[in-house]
Ligand binder design. Structure first.
Ligand code: GRF
Length: 205
């Protein structure tokens, strides 16, 4: 299948280091994508600074302005759809998107989560891994479905949990891997190596 240039919209809430890794892979010519816009739910998100530095349109849509979650998500969906994205990438977007948004971008919505899903859905994954005494930890890139952190996995990376690790050192280790696997997953999608339908197909008997 011919490689196509994927048109991306990124949703962020904060630091944007995953966004940065994707920008860098694109600039290096190693990722067949372009980022049409970065949309944040927080004005102070540092990822917006990164977007501006890369010449990418940055928008803020603040949930507080809307009386209901559905209204906010409707506005967000319209803003995203305006860019006609092939893929919407959640890159540290700290909100749980409702069913309607997920449905509208079904098969075109991906997320990165700092754990080896299905383990440790939700927040505080690094501390929870330490508390459980696990010897391995990692990150997962997956398609987003209506169930939190439960959509089909595209790629995972593992790290070892060492005796001296705390939540901060684990976060750093996992983040380093996130920065490799998120661009790789997007490139696989650009190359047609992976799509939502492939992943949910039951294996042939
Ligand atoms: C990452 O740990 C990612 O897995 C999670 O949120 C964090 C975002 O970090 N979804 P950054 O904003 O990309 O630096």
């Amino acid at each position: 299948m011919p490689v196509r240039i994927l048109n991306l919209v990124a949703l962020i809430s904060g630091r944007g280091s995953n966004l940065q890794s994707i920008i860098e892979r694109i600039n290096e010519g190693r990722l067949d994508a372009k980022i049409a816009a970065v949309i944040s739910d927080r004005e102070q998100a540092y990822g917006l600074v990164r977007a501006r530095a890369a010449g990418i349109a940055g928008l803020v849509i603040r949930p507080e302005v809307y009386a209901r979650k559905a209204e906010y998500e409707n506005e967000l969906a319209q803003a995203v759809a305006n860019y006609n994205p092939d893929l919407v990438i959640l890159a540290g977007f700290m909100r749980i998107l409702g069913g309607q948004f997920v449905q509208q971008f079904h098969g075109r919505l991906v997320n990165i989560h700092p754990s080896l899903l299905p383990n440790y859905k939700g927040l505080n994954t690094h501390q929870r891994v330490l508390d459980a005494g696990d010897k391995t930890h990692g990150a997962t890139v997956h398609f987003v479905t209506a169930q939190l952190d439960a959509g089909p996995t595209i790629i995972q990376a593992q790290v070892a949990v060492d005796a001296h690790d705390d939540a901060a050192t684990l976060r750093q280790k996992v983040l380093r891997e996130e920065h490799k696997i998120y661009p790789r997953a997007i490139q696989w999608i650009a190359e047609g190596k992976v799509n939502f339908a492939h992943l949910i197909k039951t294996p042939a008997a």
